[in-house]
Design a protein around this ligand. Structure first.
Ligand code: TXA
Ligand code: MG
Length: 340
């Protein structure tokens, strides 16, 4: 475990340059970093995460100029987005430079690039003297870590260094945007709200992979970010309703409540939390944001999932949140966490 002092950051940068794996804090989630130009180090990232080889990694740079090292082209619209929204939780998919090893991009001729806002991440990348390939620092399919403690729990012993940069401010992964097409395509909703991207580039397509629409990122599998316990996801207002129905029917009326065991609920705000506690169905109710703030809710989601998983609940319950701003990313993660 390394701290945030300059000596530690230099050590982390040097370790990356020497082909080691270094977990770095970013404003979204912790990343499992390797020198993007070292195919052996990148191969270890796939191995440590048990990540399928078809799922490409994001490459992190420490300046807008750094894009030129990994991308073959930097279209005007992408440059405008970079100038307005970087550093920050936005990953842009651009044509890849031939010099970047194919293992990073799973053989694709495009590469996802991000300039993170976290000051420690930026320094470590600079000290590495290279670009840093880094997926989220979790075993494939599990919840992304938003603290060094989470990383230690799920990957401890398998990496060379973990740099502790405190809790991640955004708490959800970056928004991934395909900038290789005429109209940008949203591949993954994330920490940069779609509304802010549309303000700058206008139209953005949502991917569905159906009816000729562009498909999602190779890594956007249906089941992801999943805790061990099953998570039952309801429409807004649907969970409280299901509890009321379950109460009338003596629990067995609502199928998700029929199984015995310890139940926990994830409420969006304080009011919902109190209402769910009052049903008596849940041993524990956690609240994403007492005052109903979407940014705070996003930053706490993964940390609360880690917490509930550690307490060994048998079933988790949540409702979708409002589908705008960071709410899109929260709903996307809750949906995937609910799939097995
Ligand atoms: O916030 C983040 O993006 C974090 C931090 C560490 O930067 N990283 C992260 O990486 O979430 P990862 O590997 O867990 O997710 C990257 C996503 C995957 O769904 C992957 O399929 C997609 O980005 N992706 C990467 N390169 C791509 C490409 N060339 N084309 C399409 N999708 C790509
Ligand atoms: Mg991930």
């Amino acid at each position: 475990m390394l701290g945030s002092d300059d000596k530690s950051l230099k050590k982390a940068g040097k370790a990356l340059a020497a082909g080691k794996l270094v977990v770095i804090p970013t404003e979204t989630v912790y990343g499992l970093g390797a020198d993007a130009f070292n195919p052996l180090a990148v191969a270890r990232v796939f191995e440590v995460k048990a990540r399928p080889s078809f799922d490409p990694l994001i490459v992190h740079v420490a300046s807008i100029d750094g894009v030129g090292r990994v991308a073959a082209d930097f279209p005007r619209a992408a440059r405008r987005l970079a100038e307005a929204l970087w550093p920050g939780p936005l990953t842009m998919v651009l044509p890849k430079r031939a010099e970047l090893p194919g293992i990073v991009t799973s053989g694709l001729d495009t590469v996802g690039i991000r300039f993170p806002a976290h000051p420690l991440a930026r320094k470590i990348i600079e000290y590495s003297g290279s670009a840093v390939a880094a997926p989220s620092a979790n075993p494939f399919g599990y919840i992304s870590p938003t603290s060094a403690r989470h990383v230690e729990k799920v990957l401890g012993g398998k990496v060379d260094f973990i740099v502790d940069g405190g809790p991640c401010a955004v708490g959800l992964e970056s928004t991934v945007l395909d900038m290789t097409r005429d109209i940008p395509v949203l591949l993954r909703p994330g920490g940069m709200p779609l509304e802010r991207i549309r303000d700058i580039v206008g139209e953005v397509l949502l991917c569905s992979g159906q009816n000729g629409a562009p498909a999602a990122s190779p890594g956007q599998l249906k089941s992801h970010y999943a805790p061990r316990a099953p998570l039952y996801l309801y429409e807004r207002g649907g969970l409280a309703e299901a509890c009321a129905r379950g109460a009338r029917a003596g629990q067995a009326g609502a199928s998700a409540f029929a199984a015995p065991g310890r139940r926990a609920a994830i409420a969006f705000d304080g009011g919902q939390g109190r209402a769910l506690s009052a049903t008596g169905f849940f041993e524990r109710v956690v609240v994403l944001s007492e005052r109903g703030d979407m940014v705070e809710a996003a930053s706490r989601l993964f940390a609360l999932l880690y917490e509930l998983d550690a307490e060994d609940f048998d079933a988790l319950y949540a409702e979708r949140v409002q589908d705008q701003g960071l709410g899109r990313a929260i709903n996307d993660r809750l949906y995937r966490a609910s799939k097995k």
